[in-house]
Design a protein around this ligand. Structure first.
Ligand SMILES: Nc1ncnc2c1ncn2[C@@H]1O[C@H](COP(=O)(O)OP(=O)(O)O)[C@@H](O)[C@H]1O
Ligand SMILES: [Mg+2]
Length: 243
């Protein structure tokens, strides 16, 4: 079953075509990868899948329900979590305070009524521990390294127990040891049933982690398949060399 379906989606900014009749399915239970040269439309695709941009045409479906042009909070509340290429944490709040904001965001969506506040705190700490940054909990989030901020943002979205997680360049600027931690955590969550769609330029990370990879070029997929197949596809090599 496909948990996410993008069908024939187009999106332009003035004269710039970001998505050009783009179709892509994400199968439930997969760690799917999305690669492609800079400007090929990967982030725009995430934005239309999560309600941050409206489509010019085409449809987006989550678990069989239409979500085309739905609001970000609606889509988030349905179980689609995402991170941003440039993290969106609150720099003046401490790490644990950021997690409490995540809890409150859930509370506003009415999903957390079953949690006691001490339970929420415990869960926030567990998630910080899970991504390996609980020792930093009292630091202002703005003081974290770039990679640590990305891990905080990852913990932030896990608060909501998403069914699907979209990660936009999670390994960019993250040191190699932390990249390994991140890959391990993604695999662990995937074993627990979470589906992933990961945009990433680090080819080793993508090729080792993903079950299936789609290659974007000029706003539409040009190849898809198992990592080893995609890697050898001449059209893929040409797309990268040509841009
Ligand atoms: N908000 C925006 N305003 C204008 N142009 C944009 C905007 N977002 C993306 N684009 C353009 O759309 C194209 C696709 O961008 P993007 O989706 O960010 O690519 P990628 O994530 O693959 O690098 C690029 O040409 C980019 O400059
Ligand atoms: Mg991008």
């Amino acid at each position: 079953m496909n948990v996410l379906e993008v069908a024939n989606v187009s999106k332009s900014y003035g004269g710039i075509v970001a998505l050009n009749g783009c179709s892509l399915n994400v199968a439930e239970g997969q760690i799917a990868g999305l690669i492609g040269p800079n400007g090929s439309g990967k982030t725009t695709l995430f934005n239309v899948m999560t309600g941050y941009e409206k489509v010019d045409g085409g449809t987006v479906t989550f678990a069989g329900r239409p979500i085309t042009n739905a609001k970000p909070d609606t889509i988030f509340g349905m179980g689609v979590g995402r991170t941003f290429q440039l993290t969106r944490i609150f720099p003046r709040l401490t790490v644990i305070e950021n997690m409490h904001v995540a809890v409150q965001r859930q509370g506003m969506l009415g999903l957390l009524s079953r949690w006691s506040s001490s339970g929420e705190h415990q869960r926030a700490l567990e998630l910080l521990d899970f991504v390996g940054i609980s020792r930093l909990k009292s630091l202002p989030a703005g003081n974290l390294s770039y990679g640590q901020k990305k891990l905080l943002e990852f913990a932030f979205i896990l608060i909501a127990n998403p069914k699907v997680i979209l990660l936009d360049e999670p390994a960019g600027g993250v040191n190699p040891a932390m990249i390994n931690v991140l890959a391990g955590r993604i695999r662990e969550l995937n074993r627990q049933g979470i589906t992933f769609l990961v945009v990433e330029h680090n080819m080793e990370f993508v090729m080792n982690l993903c079950h299936h990879v789609t290659v974007m070029h000029r706003g539409t997929p040009i190849a898809a398949g198992r990592p080893a197949e995609v890697r050898q596809n001449p059209a893929v090599l040409e797309a990268y060399l040509g841009d």
